[in-house]
Write a protein that binds this ligand. Structure first.
Ligand code: ACM
Length: 547
């Protein structure tokens, strides 16, 4: 067989991978092997499909929905020219082969995600209008003949949206997930709770949303915490997702090969929760005076109270029932230095468990959280601060390193699972360029699309044997500066196009100039067809740059 492999590769035409500079297509992220062939397939009313695996159903349905939306027809079974979906047990999860020839299209995969990704690649070979939201007056679609073999560089390709600081409708969440899926991003990290709002219905604790999801005049939560985006102060801001809505979103994402990582941010960043249930989550005898880095006072759940653990056990039970993903994110970031310093309950906890300081208390808290997750057969994800000496977290826990590289490298080199989310590259709430005319924060950026594209997920200081600890690539859209959908779109796109290629494509096949061409010739047009308010490229003129 060894002797046969080069021969088979040659037959398939993959010998001598196509050079990145050949500008032959606009597929984003760049596939591993691409070869242009002679001729075209014409997809029309006469075309049909053949399916030999149910795993291909989501991919086929996705194509059908877009054909119906744009051209008013769908493929029927067994047409003159067919798209044939075939199971290939030799392929890995997410891997696929796509062959387009004049008479037939053959898609081979061994997983639902593989079939889905082959389908979105196929659609990226078509006129960008296939992504339109309305009829486009086209009844046939030319698809160039190609041979593609593709598989991701990283298993985890994530993007976060913060629904707490500013609330986004279910309809927008679906759009956000859909655009991720089109670019083979597969983990939607949903930041559901923070100081400014608790956005997930928890049946056991109705006040979390009755009180914690409403802010502004006449409510218990002030309109805006520094530096959350200000809107008209006379308006009350509210919004949360019911459990029915969440189930619907989870099912929608699953059809697009996207897992949802829910985040319940504790013990800090919890002003909305402690405002709703102070009697459970705050020690009445606590004399501490503190504010968070975002200048929020008393925003921390007290880890000395038994009621805090009972509360979180109920919350985790309901969250795990809604989200099937193997991971749950429990925050852990930015506990204010002086939180609990005057809590009698925390002092009792310290005595009982011989905890010396606040870091030990946090280690204890996360050990307990991890035990609760284990009862539900879920793994912990947390921000880097949750990794404290003395915490007893399971080996499979995963840490998001957002404060530079140092701790992330250290974690990987001590065999901890890690995702690097460096704010200066992958926080999409930062401005693209430094300018008073740009949306976004300034504290870590600016971060333009080229900078995102230049990001190297495997830090050179990570020892070769520990590279597998880096689980993938992940970016974040915090929403203090994203008060509406247009600005959220602007901050994410086209940076997320670059993200997708960093996460999917082997380093050696990445090329900024070629990627720019693909954006101009296809990537941005596809976004336009979907009415995405993306940031126009290239960047604004030099005089916009103020420092
Ligand atoms: C973070 O940016 N506080 C994780």
């Amino acid at each position: 067989m060894k002797v046969l492999i080069p021969y088979l590769l040659f037959l398939f035409g993959f010998y001598g991978t196509v050079c990145a500079q050949s500008y032959q297509h606009t597929i984003i992220p760049e596939p591993v092997h691409f070869k242009k062939l002679q001729g075209d397939f014409n997809l029309s009313l006469k075309s049909g499909y053949r399916l030999d695996s149910d795993l291909a159903q989501n991919g086929l349905e996705y194509l059908q929905e877009h054909l119906l939306q744009t051209s008013g027809f769908t493929l029927h079974q067994d047409g003159t020219h067919n798209i044939v979906y075939t199971l290939d047990r030799k392929l890995q999860d997410e891997e696929y082969n796509l062959s387009v020839q004049a008479q037939n299209i053959h898609i081979k995969a061994n997983s639902s995600s593989g079939f889905f990704y082959a389908t979105v690649t196929l659609m990226q070979l078509m006129d960008p209008k296939i992504w339109s939201l309305d009829k486009v007056g086209k009844v046939s679609w030319k698809i160039p003949a190609v041979m593609i073999h593709d598989t991701p560089r990283f298993k985890w390709r994530g993007l976060m949206l913060d629904s707490s600081r500013n609330f986004f409708s279910v309809q927008y969440i679906k759009k956000f997930i859909d655009r991720m899926a089109q670019h083979k991003l597969n983990v939607f990290h949903w930041h559901l709770t923070d100081d400014e709002g608790w956005r997930i219905e928890i049946k056991h604790y109705p006040l979390l949303t009755q009180i914690g999801a409403v802010r502004g005049p006449g409510t218990k939560l002030p309109f805006s915490f520094y530096p959350a985006m200000r809107g008209p102060k006379e308006n009350v801001q509210k919004g949360f997702y019911t459990q029915e809505e969440i189930k619907d979103v989870v099912a929608y994402a699953a059809k697009r090969a996207v897992n949802i990582l829910p985040e319940i941010d504790v013990p800090a960043h919890a002003k909305a929760a402690v405002t709703a249930y102070p009697e459970l989550l705050q020690d009445p005898d606590d004399t501490s005076k503190y504010t968070s880095v975002q200048r929020v006072s008393n925003n921390t759940i007290d880890p000395g109270l038994k009621s805090s653990y009972i509360f979180l056990a109920h919350v985790i039970e309901e969250v795990t029932a809604l989200f099937p993903f193997e991971y749950i994110h429990l925050g852990g970031d930015e506990v204010p230095k002086k939180a609990w310093s005057g809590s009698a309950a925390v002092n009792r906890l310290k005595k009982e468990y011989h905890l010396k300081n606040s870091a030990d208390v946090q280690a204890y808290f996360f050990s307990e959280m991890d035990k609760t997750l284990a009862q539900h057969h879920r793994k912990l994800v947390a921000w880097q601060e949750a990794n404290r000496a003395g915490s007893k977290l399971r080996e499979e826990s995963l840490f998001m390193a957002w404060k530079g590289d140092g701790l992330g490298v250290k974690l990987a080199n001590t065999q901890h699972n890690v995702l690097f989310v460096p704010a200066q590259f992958l926080y999409f709430d930062q401005q693209y360029i430094r300018s008073k005319n740009e949306y976004g924060h300034t504290w870590a950026g600016p971060t333009d699309t080229k900078e995102v594209y230049s990001y190297q997920p495997l830090h050179p200081k990570i020892l070769k044997q520990n590279r597998a600890c880096v689980k993938g690539v992940h970016a974040c859209l915090w929403s203090e500066r994203a008060p509406n959908e247009e600005i959220a779109d602007y901050l994410v796109w086209p940076r997320a196009l670059a993200l997708s290629e960093v996460a999917w494509t082997p380093q050696k096949s990445r090329n900024w100039r070629y990627f720019q061409q693909k954006m101009q010739n296809g990537g941005l047009q596809r976004l336009s067809c979907q009415k995405v308010y993306y940031r126009h490229f290239p960047a604004a003129s030099r005089q916009d740059i103020t420092n």
